[in-house]
Write a protein that binds this ligand. Structure first.
Ligand code: S3P
Length: 431
């Protein structure tokens, strides 16, 4: 992008559907009796991977422009796939489906793209094996491709060393097929969309502190699910609205579940002018419009229990910190190293290349904000959140910006560049 002038962002934006909730709607709808209707579904590549996996497991899923219809066959209605299940780039698909496949009466093999084949699966293989699943890594490296031999499962109480909704959900989904009560305790609470939606479909599930507790063998019934806008996608426009002088943006119908809203708390603590309007609840998920106005930001320290509530937003928070006054310290975020890319390394390398004062630490980064940043060649490592973060950084940087593999945003936000152009009233040329 050639940035000779700074264009304020103005107007309203409907944020695409939440990725985590869209995945779960397909999965739980497939395991329910009868039809589940999903509106505002995220038509991103990751969620389309989930649809294709469940179609291969014998579920009829109709994807029309305005809704998804899932013709569920009940908890025991999946059939043996005739093909390998391809989870694409999606960690959520890979890990959650592994829990479901562990409790089936057939064997399946799943894989994904080059990034998925490097992501750690031992974190779900260990607890699923404790439950009795026959799960093996084909290359014996604890990564996909995985073969899962469905088995009779025992319930466990798993103490997860990591606050991770993907680990928690994989175990709970296997727990649907277990012989007793399944419990998962986390160090801090991670996103609880599985718990909320499973309960909505009729499962007997509750939370005590950081422990989720599920009873097996529920009768799940098809539901109407209206997916809220994804706060992780809204985060790029929250940052743009705060950073670009003169901006004022209204983000419509965004999910503000407290296990996901860390970005709002951080943005406010940095001095951001953010207002929540029209607060509501959809299928147990709180939603709101978010009004964002340009603000002078200052650095803060971020760590501890807030980290799981903003784990996917740390790349864009690092961009905010680079333009803020003072120092931002991000700690307790070692999980960033095992996302779609090593997000600590990739953020530090790319921000340094733009002229930022930033260093990596064992579990995060330290950013001394306020340097003038210039355009450069950004290697996105095919990671959607890296590409979008640097597209926002380029709004304020001097000179030409090139984002390699910029179309990887299709994973979670296919209309990202069009929406950015529309709000800036300009055609921003990203090369
Ligand atoms: C997700 C959980 C998070 C998050 C991912 C989506 C989910 O991963 O980073 O983008 O939908 O459960 P972890 O559970 O590994 O932290």
């Amino acid at each position: 992008m050639i940035n000779e002038t700074i264009y304020p962002l103005k107007g309203e934006l409907e944020i695409p559907g939440d990725k985590s909730i869209s995945h779960r709607a397909i999965m739980f709808g497939s395991l329910a009796n009868g039809t589940t209707e999903v509106t505002h579904f995220l038509q991103g590549a990751d969620c389309l991977s989930t649809i294709s996996c469940f179609q291969k497991l014998g579920i009829k899923i109709e994807n029309t422009t305005d809704k998804i219809l899932i013709h569920g066959k009940g908890l025991h209605g999946l059939s043996a796939p005739t093909d390998i299940l391809d989870c694409g780039n999606s960690g959520t698909t890979t890990r959650l489906i592994s829990g479901i496949l562990s409790g089936q009466t057939f064997t399946s093999t799943l894989t994904g793209d080059a990034s998925i084949q490097k992501r750690p699966m031992k974190r779900i293989m260990d607890p699923l094996r404790q439950m009795g699943a026959g799960i093996t890594s084909i290359h014996d490296n604890n990564c996909a491709p995985l073969t899962i031999k469905g088995s009779k499962l025992q319930s466990i109480h798993y103490y997860s060393p990591i606050a991770s909704a993907q680990i928690k959900s994989a175990i709970l989904l296997a727990g649907l097929y277990a012989n007793g009560e399944t419990r998962v305790t986390e160090p801090y609470i991670s996103r609880n969309h599985s718990e909320i939606m499973l309960s909505h479909f009729g499962a007997n599930i509750k939370t005590e502190g950081t422990t989720a507790i599920l009873l097996p063998n529920p009768i799940l019934e098809g539901q109407k699910i209206a997916v809220p806008g994804d706060i992780s996608s809204a985060a790029y426009f929250i940052a743009a609205g705060l950073l670009v002088p003169g901006s004022e943006i209204l983000l419509k119908n965004v999910g503000i579940n407290p296990t996901r809203d860390g970005i709002l708390r951080v943005a406010k603590e940095m001095g951001g002018n953010i207002e929540l309007l029209n607060m509501n609840t959809d299928n147990g998920e709180p939603t709101s419009d978010i009004l964002v106005k340009f603000s002078a930001l200052q650095g803060i320290t971020i760590g501890g229990e807030i980290i799981p509530t903003l784990i996917d937003e740390i790349p864009i928070i690092a961009i905010m910190a680079a333009f803020a006054k003072g120092t931002t310290i991000i700690k307790d975020a070692a999980e960033l190293k095992v996302k779609e890319s090593n997000r600590i390394q990739v953020m530090v390398d790319n921000l340094k290349a733009m002229g930022a004062d930033i260093e990596s630490t064992e579990d995060g980064m330290i950013i001394h904000g306020g340097n003038d940043l210039h355009g450069t060649i950004i290697d996105s490592h095919m990671d959607h959140r890296i590409a979008m973060s640097f597209a926002i950084a380029s709004l304020l940087a001097d000179g030409q910006m090139t984002i390699l593999d910029k179309n990887c945003v299709d994973i979670s936000f296919p209309t990202f560049y069009q929406d950015l152009n529309r709000l800036s009233g300009n055609t921003l040329h990203f090369s």
